[in-house]
Ligand binder design. Structure first.
Ligand code: ATP
Ligand code: MG
Length: 377
């Protein structure tokens, strides 16, 4: 596995040495897959779903054909079909004994093939005559892959299928029945849009109802991340104190991406030992880089909506958005207007509703960097 330039990468998966914890989550997923159970993986954005999927692939071992597909990049069922075939081809190309069989089959479909200039992975495009032909092709591909032995297909950001023009519930129904016919292939359906994904898998009216095991991942524990960060600094003969690590974890609000982002900066600036000043400087750099997009965001909504967003940011967590206290403290007028603004902010995924450990729901700004920026304005 290739080494990252900095021990805190902010894109991609570079192997267990650069991956913090997730032992329990990894074992849980692997046990499910090995025992023939498909999984739905939920988590808010940038907590580490995609990373965990690659971590699981890494630990499943060579016997498994592991296929990863980001459904968010497929804007239609046709895109999805092409991307799935390419993803399977890329996965089986690591296995000499089966790649030929898959290639022979795929060439009968006359694909136009190319290599992605960034990743070097194969892309392909088939000119399907109809949706029925696409369905048959996906079915054949899945059954062929199934015949090669144990495999897993991760459909990341799976909720995206509901944005296609095609009747997505009919696609769900069809896919569900295909999935049921496979003996060796397991599926991970993952996504961050909890309400859409949960509706697909937990509503009795939907085809995938009760067909998967649910797994949710949350923040990595502060003590595990502290050990991880300290170890990576030590490996490079650098020092970082627990107080400085606390400053990082608190600023990042435990969000994996934000922790990695800040650690990446701080690490690159540290000569011998990290200081509070280095962390502050890194944070200011991050704000400066995001400032333009946040200003653009502020002009994309009404002044009132922006004020509600800023009020939530000031509070950090808000349990009761319509409480008198919250409304008067921020001079927000009527509770009905707050509710309307909140609906807008939630639909834009700027504000997210979380559950605390006691099961009580609260609102928080989704993008923690935006939240910190608003708090510091
Ligand atoms: N356990 C971990 N240890 C270290 N870095 C991690 C870990 N999990 C994820 N990361 C890193 O954090 C960043 C965000 O993770 P990832 O992309 O997996 O999140 P995600 O939940 O899939 O996000 P999105 O909702 O944007 O798809 C990535 O740079 C990834 O490399
Ligand atoms: Mg992801």
């Amino acid at each position: 596995m290739e080494e990252p330039f900095n021990p805190f990468p902010i894109y991609g998966y570079f192997g267990p040495a650069y991956f913090c914890n997730r032992e329990h989550e990894k074992d849980n997923l692997i046990t499910a897959l090995r025992n023939g159970r498909n999984v739905t993986l939920y988590a808010p954005r940038r907590i580490g779903k995609t990373g965990l999927i690659h971590h699981v692939f890494h630990h499943l071992g060579k016997k498994w054909n592991c296929v990863y597909l980001d459904v968010q990049e497929a804007f239609s069922f046709k895109d999805f079909t092409n991307a799935l075939l390419a993803a399977v081809l890329n996965a089986v190309s690591k296995n000499n004994s089966i790649v030929k069989k898959f290639q022979d089959w795929i060439f009968t479909l006359r694909p136009v093939m190319s290599a992605n200039p960034h990743s070097g992975s194969l892309q392909l495009e088939i000119d399907f005559a109809s949706e029925a032909q696409q369905r048959t092709t996906v079915k054949d591909a899945l059954r062929l892959l199934d015949s090669f032995g144990p495999g897993v297909i991760a459909l990341d950001e799976f909720q995206q299928i509901s944005a296609w023009d095609t009747d997505s519930v009919s696609i769900e129904g069809w896919l569900r029945s295909e999935v049921q016919h496979l003996k060796n292939l397991r599926f991970i359906f993952s996504g961050s849009q909890f309400h859409l994904l949960s509706e697909m898998f937990n509503s009795a009216k939907r085809p995938f109802y009760a067909s998967t095991q649910s797994a949710a991942i949350g923040k990595i524990s502060a003590s595990d991340y502290t050990t991880f960060i300290q170890q990576h600094f030590k490996n490079s003969r650098l020092k970082i104190g627990t107080e400085e690590i606390n400053q990082i974890l608190t600023w990042a609000d435990g969000n994996t991406y934000n922790i990695q982002l800040l650690c990446n900066r701080v690490f690159s600036k540290t000569k011998k030992e990290t200081s509070r000043a280095i962390i502050d400087e890194s944070i200011l750099e991050i704000y400066a880089e995001n400032k333009l997009s946040y200003l653009a965001l502020s002009t994309s909504m009404s002044k009132y909506q922006w004020r509600v967003l800023a009020a939530i940011a000031q509070e950090g967590k808000v349990y009761q958005t319509t409480s008198k206290d919250f409304i008067t403290r921020h001079d927000l007028g009527s509770s009905a207007s707050v509710l309307r603004a909140l609906e807008f902010l939630t639909s834009r995924e700027l504000v997210y509703q979380y559950l605390d450990e006691a099961g009580k729901s609260y609102y928080e700004i989704y993008d923690i960097i935006l939240m910190r920026w608003l708090q510091n304005k």
